[in-house]
Design a binder for this molecule. Structure first.
Ligand SMILES: Cc1cc2nc3c(=O)[nH]c(=O)nc-3n(C[C@H](O)[C@H](O)[C@H](O)COP(=O)(O)OP(=O)(O)OC[C@H]3O[C@@H](n4cnc5c(N)ncnc54)[C@H](O)[C@@H]3O)c2cc1C
Length: 313
């Protein structure tokens, strides 16, 4: 029996960001909870060695905590992705188990959990003795493969009546791209010190919204306070893995690019043709990034031209 277990909340068969990292941190042992757990288990594939699934409808962290605590108390470390659902369930589980909770772990090693503070500018080591619950920062990772996985084993945990209550879900809205978790965004635009001020980031956010992208930035930008630290891409910010990355006025320092994952396509706009970001790009455009953003905003605001039938695109 492994001494660590990842608990991953699943909605409609979809694994939240950070799942693979949590499962890897638990050495491949995982319990999937929610609806569509079999489908989610298939997405985990060989990254789980010991896998349990509890198929249950609705997200009810308050009511789940007690039955889950009974199931997981034999594991010293209970690890959840730092996704919104994971962050909701983890403290309830820790309270039910009577264990400390360490939130937002970026590294773990031999009884020490490292968490980042002050927007990633400070790393704090938390020594851990005894059973604990922790959440991991959701970053994109390459999954480890376990050849001898057991396949999903169904468990049926009993929710007792009269226990903790949960908030009632009135409506689930589509994510707002400007506030969407960067890890989950398939398209990203990034702004760097080549942009001329906070107003330009408002314009860039409008462009991002029009092309279905979320907006991130470099540390120079977040340190200036032009964007919040949770929008910082890089080793001390958020580690992402989009399909498309558009970099405006970004030099491509290693602390930034190491957090980029492996985008299918990179487009870089920079006045310096030989900087690392331009070398990494599939399309490198030597131009003023501020003028380019202004022009993109103008073009995207123009009404689409009518085709020969009179319909607009
Ligand atoms: C411990 C540590 C951790 C760090 N963690 C991170 C991190 O997580 N994320 C991160 O991003 N950084 C991080 N950094 C900082 C990192 O080293 C770089 O300083 C930072 O990424 C550079 O940001 P930048 O590309 O916006 O700025 P710069 O390096 O200053 O580059 C600006 C770019 O804009 C171009 N430019 C200028 N004017 C224009 C224009 N008008 N149009 C087009 N292009 C123009 C320039 O040619 C240049 O390439 C960290 C540093 C340290 C020491």
């Amino acid at each position: 029996m492994p001494d660590a277990l990842a608990i991953v909340c699943v909605r409609s068969g979809v694994l939240p960001s950070g799942s693979l990292r949590a499962v890897a941190a638990a050495g491949g042992a995982a319990l999937l909870v929610g609806d569509g757990t079999d489908e989610a288990a298939a997405h985990l594939g060989a990254s789980a060695s010991d896998l349990w699934v509890w198929e249950t409808s609705g997200f009810s962290p308050g009511r789940w905590a007690a039955p889950l605590a009974e199931f997981v108390e034999r594991f010293d470390a209970v690890i959840l992705p730092g996704s919104p659902d994971g962050r909701d369930l983890a403290p309830r589980l820790a309270a039910e188990l009577g264990r400390p909770l360490v939130a937002g772990v970026v590294e773990h090693d031999d009884g020490v959990l490292t968490v980042s503070a002050w927007g990633g500018s400070v790393m704090v080591d938390v020594p851990v003795e005894g059973p604990v619950v922790w959440t991991v920062q959701p970053v994109a990772v390459t999954a480890e493969s376990h050849e001898h996985g057991t396949g999903p084993q169904p468990v049926d945990l009993e929710i007792r009546t009269g226990g903790a209550r949960d908030a009632v879900t009135v409506e689930v809205l589509a994510p707002d791209l400007s506030t969407m978790d960067l890890v989950e965004a398939p398209r990203l635009v990034g702004g760097g010190a080549g942009l001329d001020g906070p107003g330009r980031f408002e314009q860039l956010a409008a462009v991002a919204g029009r092309i279905g992208a979320a907006m991130g930035a470099t540390r120079v930008v977040t340190d200036r306070g032009w964007l919040a630290h949770e929008r910082q891409i890089g080793t001390t910010g958020v580690v992402v893995d989009p399909a498309l990355y558009l970099a405006f006025g970004i030099s491509g320092a290693v602390q930034h690019t190491a957090g980029l994952g492996d985008p299918d396509h990179i487009i870089s706009i920079n006045t310096e043709p030989h900087c690392p970001m331009m070398s990494m790009a599939d399309v490198a455009i030597v131009a003023d990034a501020n003028e380019t953003i202004a022009e993109l905003a103008r073009l995207l605001d123009e009404p689409a031209p009518a085709d020969s039938t009179g319909a607009t695109a």
